[in-house]
Design a protein around this ligand. Structure first.
Ligand code: ZN
Length: 456
């Protein structure tokens, strides 16, 4: 798209609420240039084919894991857990080339756009080849992630991950972890190399520390004092009970407690999972300004536990959603499971609604838009002037959608329909999904199928 164009929306969810008869003008750089209210303007170049809402940010992805989604649902000889799943994931990593990573990431990102995401935060720790053999360009696999995002049109926040150890206290990494490992100097050099690459492609660069298991506090301080990305900082924390026990044995403190005591956690930070917290940790994390990065489908799949979302939201905590291992790839599935986990625990309904009479779907959607934007380093999110034009058009021909108004639309989409409610998706002003199909779907599927036939 070279010149500005306009989109007439009969119903659209703006920051101030549902609004009728709105014309959005989209600038050549893919951002929203103006928002005007009034009857269908003859100069609007296109009309949205249904109600329009902002596309959300997916705040947590390990793209390569999409290749194994659904194949670990097979009982082993012992008690299956997160830790046995992780062994299966290491076996996959040992067989994937940079070409494979790119093809799988492109497939995943096309699926995410169809699921209602306009932006993805890639928590990227798969840096090297099998056994830890270095690629000629140390940034090779990160560049493949950038290419996959460009091919699909999804917005990208790239978080190269620092990963150095197998367990608390600086334990030596195992063989399966070798493709992930850097020392602090190598990691800082990787960030420097990626800065111009991200700037050239419009991606946001931040960084991540894999977990308190994978980095010592000294290494984390070295990296945090030297990095100059200005972008978000993410970390996996308190996903599993064993991690809490190991952290207590090592430090005398629980993981979230340790993180908040020892690191300068603020609004730049996103605590991924944070499933296992005491009430005191929950309040402290909420008040830190950090976002809780929740991945309800993966957390259910891996048997992690249930995040204390009702308490965290009551304490003013910000949260967003990610798809992590990608057993699900849609906005609806993650938000629905987030709410249902709270209901199953409490044996009550409508746990995350914003107050009496408030729509659960609307509360969840607004929270994930705000928290996801913050965690992606994109604070100007939603349909507003200056924001990227990342839009989801619900299917006006679907009878559930056609007969709904206002927040009922979110209730139908998120709790009763799922991705079939989505017709078109725009990312940075470009239509990437039309009538439920991604613009490069055939080409992306062909490459992905070849990778699967080779790997599986
Ligand atoms: Zn993760």
């Amino acid at each position: 798209m070279s010149a500005s164009r306009s989109l007439f929306c009969q119903h659209v969810l703006l920051p101030e609420g549902w609004t009728s008869d709105v014309t959005l003008t989209i600038a050549a750089n893919g951002s929203i240039a103006s928002i005007e209210t009034g009857p269908a303007q003859s100069r609007a170049s296109q009309h949205a084919a249904g109600p329009v809402v902002p596309a959300l940010h997916n705040l947590h992805s390990h793209a390569f894991q999409r290749a194994m989604a659904g194949l670990a649902e097979l009982a082993g000889s012992t008690d299956d857990s997160f830790w046995t799943w992780r062994e299966a994931m290491y076996r996959l990593v040992g067989r994937m080339s940079p070409d494979d990573i790119e093809a799988v990431a492109a497939k995943l990102y096309s699926e995410l756009t169809k699921g209602g995401f306009g932006h993805v935060v890639e928590f990227h720790y798969f840096h090297h080849a099998a056994g830890g053999r270095r690629h000629a360009n140390p940034a090779e696999t990160s560049l493949r992630i950038l290419r996959a995002a460009r091919a699909t049109g999804i917005g990208l926040t790239l978080l190269p991950v620092f990963y150095a150890h197998a367990g608390f206290g600086g334990a030596e990494p195992g063989q399966g972890q070798r493709p992930f490992i850097h020392d602090a100097d190598q990691f800082l050099a990787l960030l420097d190399a990626l800065k111009p690459e991200c700037a050239a492609t419009g991606a946001t660069l931040g960084l991540a520390v894999h977990s308190l298991r994978a980095a010592t506090p000294e290494e984390m301080r070295t990296i945090l004092s030297a990095e100059a990305t200005g972008g978000p900082i993410h970390i996996h924390v308190a996903e599993q009970e064993r991690e809490v026990e190991d952290c207590l044995a090592w430090s005398g403190r629980r993981p979230v407690e340790f993180l908040l005591d020892e690191m300068p956690v603020d609004g730049r930070w996103c605590a991924i999972h944070a499933t296992h917290m005491t009430p005191g940790e929950t309040i402290r994390l909420a008040r830190s300004g950090a976002v809780a990065g929740l991945c309800p489908a993966t957390e259910a799949n891996l048997g992690d536990g249930i995040f204390p979302a009702t308490d965290f939201a009551r304490d003013g905590g910000a949260y967003g959603i990610g798809t992590d291992s990608h057993v699900a790839t849609s906005v609806a599935e993650e938000l629905r499971l987030l709410e249902y986990g709270q209901r199953l625990r409490d044996r009550r309904r409508n746990r995350l609604a914003g107050g009496p009479g408030a729509s659960v779907g609307r509360t969840l959607f607004d929270a994930a838009l705000k928290g996801g934007g913050q965690a992606a380093g994109q604070p100007t999110s939603g349909i507003r002037v200056g924001a990227r034009a990342d839009l989801v058009v619900l299917d006006g021909d679907n009878p559930f959608i056609a007969a709904a108004t206002g927040d009922q639309l979110l209730g139908r989409w998120l709790f009763a329909l799922g991705s079939e409610a989505i017709r078109d998706v725009m990312a940075a002003g470009q239509w990437v999904v039309r009538q439920g199909r991604h613009r490069n779907e055939e080409e992306i599927d062909r490459a992905f199928r070849e990778v699967l036939l080779k790997l599986v």
